[in-house]
Design a protein around this ligand. Structure first.
Ligand code: HEM
Length: 153
């Protein structure tokens, strides 16, 4: 398999069904850049920072896990096998507004790390997961921030 084929991914995104997505800037190293930059910003965020710092004392395992998660999600490496929903169910004080803030910061970071079309792949997955979590945790209505690059948003 050459480099090009290896980077060709089909994602379970209904809005992109039928179209082979070609990842231009997705690699283990760009994913690391996304994860480390994003959680650095999370830690400095007035509302999101405390939710994480209450649960995470050693950031290294969390960052490695999140690299595995995004590697599995976008490159199908199978490195992550956890269950995010029960983990988030166990976090008190989650609100739809916090998910909105999380997504806004995520969109900002993906736009800096990836090409526009690759950022949209990450943003679509994160948005879908956030929507599913907000729904499953019965947190009300998630207002999706602009800047995802999806459907002109
Ligand atoms: C308000 C938004 C969010 C907050 C405050 C939040 C917070 C957290 C925290 C504190 C953990 C660590 C839990 C622990 O180890 O005890 C965690 C884990 C995780 N989060 Fe989130 N999260 C949010 C949204 C999301 C979204 C939208 C995604 C999906 C893209 C996501 C994916 C994950 C994954 C994959 C893990 C690792 C779960 C595992 O241990 O296997 N989170 N999150």
């Amino acid at each position: 398999m050459n480099q090009f084929e290896e980077n060709e991914i089909n994602l379970p995104l209904t809005e992109r069904k039928g179209k082979a997505l070609r990842a231009e800037s997705i690699s283990e190293s760009s994913i690391r850049r996304l994860v480390f930059t994003f959680y650095d910003r999370i830690q400095g965020h007035a509302k999101l920072g405390p939710v994480f710092s209450e649960r995470i004392s050693d950031w290294t395992p969390h960052l490695e896990k999140m690299c595995d998660f995004w590697s599995s999600a976008t490159m199908r490496t199978g490195r992550y096998s956890g269950r995010p929903l029960p983990v988030h169910r166990g976090i008190p004080d989650l609100t739809a507004e916090l998910y909105h803030e999380w997504l806004a910061l995520f969109y900002q970071t993906t736009s800096e790390v990836f090409t526009e079309s690759d950022a949209a792949i990450f943003n679509a997955m994160a948005t879908r997961m956030a929507q599913n979590m907000v729904h499953a945790l019965d947190l009300g209505q998630l207002c999706v921030p602009t800047g995802s690059g999806l459907d002109g948003a």
